[in-house]
Design a binder for this molecule. Structure first.
Ligand SMILES: NC(=O)c1ccc[n+]([C@@H]2O[C@H](COP(=O)([O-])OP(=O)(O)OC[C@H]3O[C@@H](n4cnc5c(N)ncnc54)[C@H](O)[C@@H]3O)[C@@H](O)[C@H]2O)c1
Length: 248
C-alpha cells in the first residue's frame, strides 16, 4: 500500500494501458480519477476499481480541449480534494505513409497526444506547485525515440512528449515535482489489435523477448514513478519494450 492517501488522475483510463495503470495505482492504495473522453466506459472502469476499496470517480474529459480539462480538473479537486499523481496516458493513432497522410490526420494526433499532455500538465502542475509536491508521468512511446514507417504524426507527438517531460522536469524540480515518461514498445491493447497480422509479425520480429508486452507491464513502471521509491528520479524515460530498443 505504497500510495495510500494519494490521489491520481489518469487520462484515457477507460480501457487498455490507462485502465491497467488506474488498477495498479489503486492496488497500492491510491484513490483514482478515471478520466476519458468515453464517459460510459470510464464509469464502468471506475466502478470495477472501487471494488479494490479505494475512492474513485469517472470524469468525461477531452484532453485536447483546454477549457474541458480546466473544468474537469476543478470538478475532480472538488470531489477528491487534491491531485498528487497525474498520468498523461490518453493517445490515438491515425497511421499512414507521409505521402498519403492528410493534414487532418496530423492535426488530430498532435492535438490529443501532444497538446493534450500540455493542457493537463499546465493545469495540474499549477496545483502541484502550490502543494510543493507531485508526480507527473507521461506515456510516450518507443516510436518517439526510433521512428516508425506510417507514423509521422504519432512519432512526432511522442518525441514532443519526451521533450516536454524533460523541460517540465527542469522547471518544476525545485518545487518537489518529479516528471518522467514511460515509453512502451509493442503492447497488446485495442490500439495494436487493429494492426494487420503482417504488421504485427514484423513488429514482433524486432522484439528480443519475442512477445508483446501487457498493459500491466507498463503499469508497473508507472507505479514505481508514482511512489516515493523514485523520489530522486526526474526528467527520465523508462523504456518498457522487451528489449526492442536499447541504444538511447
Ligand atoms: N498499445 C501500444 O502498443 C502502445 C505503445 C506505446 C505507447 N502507447 C501509448 O499508450 C497510451 C494508451 O494506449 P492504449 O494502447 O491503451 O490505447 P487505447 O486505444 O486502448 O486507449 C486509449 C484511451 O484514450 C482515450 N482517449 C482517446 N482520445 C481521447 C481524448 N481526446 N481525451 C481523453 N481520452 C481520450 C480512449 O477513449 C481510450 O480509452 C497512448 O498514449 C498510446 O499512444 C501504446
Amino acid at each position: 500500500m505504497k500510495l495510500k492517501g494519494k490521489t491520481a488522475l489518469i487520462t484515457g483510463a477507460a480501457q487498455g494501458i490507462g485502465k491497467a495503470i488506474a488498477e495498479a495505482l489503486a492496488k497500492e492504495g491510491a484513490d483514482v480519477i478515471v478520466s476519458d473522453i468515453n464517459l460510459e466506459l470510464a464509469s464502468q472502469t471506475a466502478m470495477e476499481i472501487e471494488k479494490l476499496g479505494v475512492k474513485t470517480m469517472a470524469l468525461k474529459t477531452n484532453v485536447s480541449d483546454f477549457c474541458d480539462v480546466e473544468s474537469g480538473v476543478s470538478q475532480a479537486v472538488q470531489q477528491m480534494g487534491k491531485i498528487d499523481i497525474l498520468v498523461n496516458n490518453a493517445g490515438i493513432t491515425k497511421d499512414t505513409l507521409l505521402l498519403r497522410m492528410k493534414k487532418e490526420d496530423w492535426d488530430a494526433v498532435i492535438s490529443v497526444n501532444l497538446t493534450g499532455v500540455f493542457n493537463c500538465t499546465k493545469i495540474v502542475s499549477a496545483l502541484m506547485m502550490k502543494q510543493r509536491s507531485g508526480k507527473i508521468i507521461n506515456i510516450a512511446s518507443i516510436v518517439g525515440e526510433m521512428g516508425n514507417v506510417g507514423q509521422t504524426n504519432y512519432s512526432a507527438s511522442k518525441a514532443g512528449v519526451i521533450g516536454m517531460t524533460k523541460t517540465v522536469a527542469r522547471e518544476t524540480a525545485s518545487r518537489g515535482i518529479c516528471v518522467n515518461a514511460v515509453a512502451p514498445g509493442f503492447i497488446s491493447t485495442a490500439m495494436t489489435d487493429k494492426l494487420s497480422p503482417e504488421v504485427k509479425e514484423a513488429m514482433l520480429a524486432q522484439v528480443p523477448m519475442k512477445k508483446m508486452g501487457l498493459p500491466e507491464d507498463v503499469a508497473k513502471a508507472v507505479v514505481f514513478l508514482a511512489g516515493s521509491d523514485s523520489d530522486y528520479i526526474t526528467g527520465q524515460v523508462i523504456n518498457v519494450n522487451g528489449g526492442m530498443l536499447m541504444n538511447t
